[in-house]
Design a protein around this ligand. Sequence first.
Ligand code: ADP
Length: 167
Amino acid sequence: MRITLVNGDITEQRVDAVVNAANSSLMGGGGVDGAIHRRGGPEILEACRKLRAGHYGKGLATGQAVATTAGRLPAKWVIHTIGPVYSMSVDRSELLASCYRESLRVADSLEARSVAFPAISTGIYGWPMDDAARIALDTVRQADTSVEDVRFVLFDSAAYAVFEARL
Ligand code: ADP
C-alpha cells in the first residue's frame, strides 16, 4: 500500500472512493460532509435517504461505515463513516481507528483500490490533530486490505504538516 498526503479539497480527488466524516443521521452536515454533498449533488443525499429507509433506520453507529454513489464527484463511491466526538475523560481512540478500518473494509467489498480520507473527527468533533494523525496512520498501515493507494487529504497546511511529521 502506498500512503500519500495531499493539502487540498477531498471533493476534487480522482479516486475510487472518497471517505466522508458524516454524522449518524446520514442526512448531511457541515465541514467535509457539507462539502461532499454540495459538490456531489442531490444523488448522494437521495442514496442516504434510501439507506435510512432500509437497513439503517436508526442511522449509522459511531465507528461504522457504509457506501453510496459519489454523484457528480470525480470518484465512484462515497464511504460515509461516523467519527467519535473527542472526549478528554473517555478514550474513544478505538472508535476512531474503527472508522479507518471499517472504511477500508467497505472499500474492499467494492473492490476499490484508491481511497481518499479526510482527517476524521478533527473538525467539529474536536479531536486534536496530532493524536488523530497517529491513529489514522497507524490504523491504515496495519490494516489487512487490498486497497493500494490511500490518500489523506488535509484541508489546511497546518493539518498537512502534522500528518507529514507523523508519516
Ligand atoms: P468531524 O465532525 O468528523 O470533526 P469535520 O468535517 O468538521 O468532521 O472536519 C473533519 C476534517 O475535515 C477537519 O480537519 C476539516 O478541516 C476537514 N475538512 C473540511 N472540509 C474539507 C474538504 N473539503 N476536504 C478535506 N478536508 C476537509
